[in-house]
Structure formats: C-alpha cells, structure tokens
Design a protein. Structure first.
Length: 161
C-alpha cells in the first residue's frame, strides 16, 4: 500500500438503522429532547420535527382544547333550546349519539392541534407561520364561545341558519 491510498477502515455502522425505529424515537425524544432548532444545512429540505417546543405552544394548545370542550357543551345546550347544528357532518353525529359527537369533536381538534404544534416553525402556504395560525384558532374559538353565550342570553330569538 502506498501512502497516497487511504487505509481500509472497518465499517462501524450496525446493520439496524436507528432512524428506522420511529416509535422508539418519538418516545425517547419526548423525555430526552435534542432537536430544538430546524436543521442547519440548506440542502436538507425534507421535513424535520423538533423534539422541544416553546412552552407558550402548550398553553395555546390547552386553551384551544378547553374551548373545544366548552363549545361542545354549549352546542348541546343550544340544541336543547331549539337551535340546530349548522355543520352537516357534526349534525349527523349530534342527533344520533351525543357521546360520539363530543368524543369525535375533541379528538379531531386534538389531532389538528398536535399536527400544528409539530409544524409550528413552518409556514402555511409560505406566508404565515403555523404558530400564528394556532393563535388565530384560539382567538376564533374564543369568539365562537362569546357568540354562543350571546345566543344563550336571548333563547327566544335564536338565529335560524
């Protein structure tokens, strides 16, 4: 062997690629966060989720979930007072089984929130950061709760949709 030829090195990688164990990575990363910022390399353009999110996102996510539960409760109270559900998908659920309606409404909202928190540092349609969309959802939900409370104050004059 001459000095210009590189020495043969022993392969140090194991047969099992550690990146293929996604469930383990999520569980392990939840208790030992390492990725706190997006990737540094410009050529690495694929999706990267972070292990560590800002604490204010937890507060926003919990606020949205609580307002979702309040919305479901107020919707049921308004339905008893003579209103009807304007969302056709939820209307089929609420008139058949209230428990399935409440569970599905909370689960769909929760799944959307989890997805938005994972994507919080990305931009929606390259215009608005997703964490700003989370704040907008919180404000819109608060407005919806205010509207439902306003409708409860005058039960005889419920708007017909």
């Amino acid at each position: 062997m001459s000095r210009t030829e590189p020495k043969p090195t022993r392969e140090r990688r194991g047969r099992l690629d550690r990146r293929s164990r996604k469930c383990w990575s999520v569980c392990y990363g939840s208790f030992n966060p390492r990725r706190r910022t997006p990737p540094r390399r410009a050529d690495d353009s694929r999706f990267h989720s972070l292990d560590w999110h800002a604490p204010h996102l937890l507060a926003v996510a919990i606020g949205i979930l609580l307002l979702c539960v309040v919305d479901a409760f107020l919707t049921l109270v308004l339905l008893q007072g003579g209103a009807y559900e304007a969302n056709p998908f939820m209307a089929t659920l609420v008139y058949r089984n209230v428990a399935v309606f409440a569970a599905l409404k909370t689960a769909m909202t929760g799944a959307g929130i989890v997805l938005m928190v994972i994507l919080a540092r990305y931009r929606f349609m390259r215009l608005v950061r997703v964490d700003s969309v989370l704040y907008a959802v919180l404000v819109l939900y608060a407005g919806l709760i205010g509207y439902e409370i306003w409708m409860l104050k005058s039960p005889l004059e419920l708007p017909i949709l």
